[in-house]
Ligand binder design. Sequence first.
Ligand code: GRF
Length: 210
Amino acid sequence: MTDHTPLTVGILVSGRGSNMLSILRAVDRHELNIQVGVVVSNNSDAPALDHAVRYNVPTAVVDHRETPKDREAFEKRVDAVLRDHNVDLVVLAGFMRILSPFFVRQWPHKVINIHPSLLPAFPGLHAQRQALETGVKLSGCTVHFVDEGTDTGAIIGQVSVPVADHDTEETLSTRILAQEHLLYPKVLGWFADKRVRVHDQRVYIEPINE
Ligand code: GRF
């Protein structure tokens, strides 16, 4: 028998939250067999929190500054919130803290992130600026598993975006972001439909099971 229980996701944010919104909108339109169990922000001023409240999603603030020199203590508090809300999959959406191996090991192949470049090119901060400085003609966005490195985990989905000669960091970021907003919900649909398989650090998307 097919299991139709919705996948419960926890979304971690730090700021604007436009990717989170694209997910909440897709859930609201019943396009994904997903429920957003909780949105967690490390920053109480994140506009993302207001958006989540508008969509009646539970929110929590776990401020990393309360335990400044102890990353594990911060991550244990985040972990507790996620478990309290029975989260199956952790979705990073503009979450500006690097998660340590401690956290990643608690959630093996259960933490995903979106990054504004075609990884493995341009990991880390200012990916769009790095693309412009390097002179690539194509960039894009990547959804990947989070492992113990920075933007090094197995790649789940990518979309390419052409780089124009006249692009600035802002114009390129805007065009990439529009694709992020389509890619993240699409990838979450693959998880909700249990189509994501990992083998030897490679991700395979199973064909649709009718
Ligand atoms: C996006 O560009 C995402 O790729 C990167 O951080 C940005 C977050 O934007 N990881 P938003 O908060 O989702 O609007």
